[in-house]
Design a protein around this ligand. Structure first.
Ligand SMILES: Cc1cc2nc3c(=O)[nH]c(=O)nc-3n(C[C@H](O)[C@H](O)[C@H](O)COP(=O)(O)OP(=O)(O)OC[C@H]3O[C@@H](n4cnc5c(N)ncnc54)[C@H](O)[C@@H]3O)c2cc1C
Length: 324
């Protein structure tokens, strides 16, 4: 196996995504002795800032500066990666919206296997890797074995590997822009449109009472609002609640919603799909209320309540009021 493992680093205006610190530990799980190389694409000051930040964690940082990459475009980055990655490379990419766009096509162009949405590495023996994935909304773990002798592309689910926050490296930044070549894309970046701010900013709340499909119907959201009010928190939600138009998109937690960092997160009738859980950062105290004792949310919860939320919420709200 190659002694280098490559990690695709995401950044937004030069600020590293949380996944940047997690991929290095995923790589170390594959090969403790490998030199993990950060791949950072972008342009100008933002790119320089991201590279300098990545060099605090990675011993080697490959910088690819292209004017067209002010905003990441998988159609451009894919062929550039093929140009710069040595044959037989192991390449890790975050399993988020951008990674899902980039990685499958990259594996096709590199003609190597692709393992998507990996949550753990079971073992590596020679060129064989056994990676752990989840099926049926996280209720079943599958172990996927494949050969990485000719290279491999793996997407790593955000939040599943511990971040390396040591900032112990002072890595070398190597400019690979010329090697990446000049490529063109049909897809052009036009502009970033920030989502409209909602009436409540869930990203600033210390206590979130978050409702999912299990709340049953729109009228029942009032039960969560009463609990949130008693606790001094606010109501957030999972995507199906937004899809049903019961709450505004500004309240949605998850990969296609907001990233929140509360101190307490009460998940009401939420199954715990990774797209939802990936939006909960900062290691809050999680209370999960769910009728299904096998719901994946219980894997991340500090306290699990197996109850019908419609019956349980009013009781909990009363208790909170009494304690006050
Ligand atoms: C590209 C992409 C992006 C996505 N982005 C997001 C995102 O940003 N945020 C997000 O949330 N999802 C997102 N999703 C959807 C995600 O995959 C899940 O489908 C969604 O999170 C499930 O929401 P839920 O847990 O509310 O519903 P379900 O998965 O249907 O779970 C409902 C839960 O309620 C429980 N329940 C039922 N009745 C009761 C009751 N009376 N009392 C207590 N518990 C009860 C059930 O046991 C179940 O566990 C995305 C999906 C894709 C493909």
């Amino acid at each position: 196996m190659s002694k280098e493992i490559f990690a695709y680093i995401e950044h937004h205006d030069g600020v590293l995504d949380d996944s940047a610190l997690e991929l290095i530990n995923a790589a170390k799980k594959i090969d403790e002795s490998a030199n993990v190389v950060a791949l950072v694409f972008g342009t100008g000051d933002n790119l320089n800032k991201a590279c300098e930040e990545a060099a605090k964690t990675y011993n080697t940082v490959w910088k690819i500066d292209k004017a067209d990459l002010a905003y990441p475009n998988a159609e451009l980055i894919r062929p550039m990666l093929v140009n710069i990655l040595p044959k037989g490379s192991v390449c890790l990419v975050p399993h988020d919206t951008f990674g899902i766009d980039l990685a499958p096509g990259l594996s096709v162009k590199m003609d190597v296997p692709y393992i998507p949405d990996v949550v753990g590495i079971d073992k590596v023996e020679g060129d064989k890797i056994v990676a752990i994935r989840q099926e049926f909304s996280g209720q079943v773990h599958t172990h996927v074995e494949t050969d990485m002798a000719n290279g491999i592309v793996i997407t790593i689910r955000p939040g599943t590997f511990e971040p390396d926050e040591s900032k112990g490296a002072s890595g070398e930044i190597v400019d690979k822009s010329a090697d990446a070549g000049d490529v063109e894309a049909k897809r052009k970046f036009i502009e970033v449109k920030e989502a409209e701010a909602g009436d409540v900013d869930i990203t600033q709340a210390d206590i979130l009472v978050s409702v999912g499909r299990g709340i049953g119907e729109e009228e029942n959201i009032e039960l969560a609002e009463e609990l949130a009010e008693a606790l001094g928190g606010v109501v957030s939600c999972s995507r199906p609640v937004v899809d049903a138009k019961w709450l505004d998109h500004s309240r949605q937690v998850g990969t296609s919603g907001k990233t929140v960092k509360p101190k307490v997160y009460i998940a009401v009738g939420i199954s715990g799909a990774f797209q939802h859980v990936a939006g909960i950062k900062g290691n809050p105290f999680i209370v999960a209320i769910n009728t299904n004792p096998k719901a994946p949310i219980f894997q991340v919860a500090d306290v699990g309540v197996v109850e019908d939320c419609i019956e349980f919420l009013p009781v909990l709200t009363e208790k909170v009021k009494e304690m006050k």
